[in-house]
Design a protein around this ligand. Structure first.
Ligand SMILES: [Zn+2]
Length: 155
């Protein structure tokens, strides 16, 4: 018995659905060969570093973050029903930042650098232990903060 995810068309439909949910502009963005190369390389690197299958990784443009006309990349790893969300300015694992609620305003912001399994583990451990995790560069200027958030440098 085959499920949709066991066929190429099923996996493609699943990937398309995830990409649309992640980046509502996915259907309408113009083709960009260099960004497509970066997205594929990022998928491969994420599967390698985090030990997840290719079909579990979705990389699109980040619909919320743009700097000087440069769109960031959004990465989601789906694992046993849990979605781990990240953003990356440069489109590399070395620049991967986990998206999580701001402790002050609860807006979704780049909460920690997560560039390998150990740094992901540190962030997940902090949720239960309360141990502080260093915030990444640009934390205070991120667009995800709510207006008047004390952590925001932009308002
Ligand atoms: Zn905030």
């Amino acid at each position: 018995m085959n499920t949709a995810a066991e066929t190429l068309s099923g996996r493609a439909a699943d990937a398309f659905d995830r990409a649309r949910r992640q980046d509502p502009g996915f259907d309408t963005r113009p083709c960009d060969v260099q960004r497509a190369i970066t997205r594929r390389r990022l998928v491969r690197d994420v599967t390698d570093v985090f030990g997840v299958p290719c079909a579990a990784v979705t990389v699109t443009d980040d619909p919320d973050r743009e700097h000087g006309g440069w769109r960031w990349y959004r990465v989601t790893i789906t694992d046993h029903g849990t979605e781990y969300r990240f953003t990356s300015f440069g489109g590399t694992v070395d620049d991967l930042r986990a998206l999580a609620p701001c402790p002050e305003c609860a807006g979704e912001v780049p909460r920690a650098e997560v560039t390998d399994l150990a740094s992901l583990g540190r962030l997940l451990d902090a949720r239960t232990s309360g141990h502080p995790v260093p915030v990444p560069l640009g934390f205070g200027s991120d667009v995800g903060h709510q207006p008047h958030c004390p952590n925001s440098e932009g308002t």
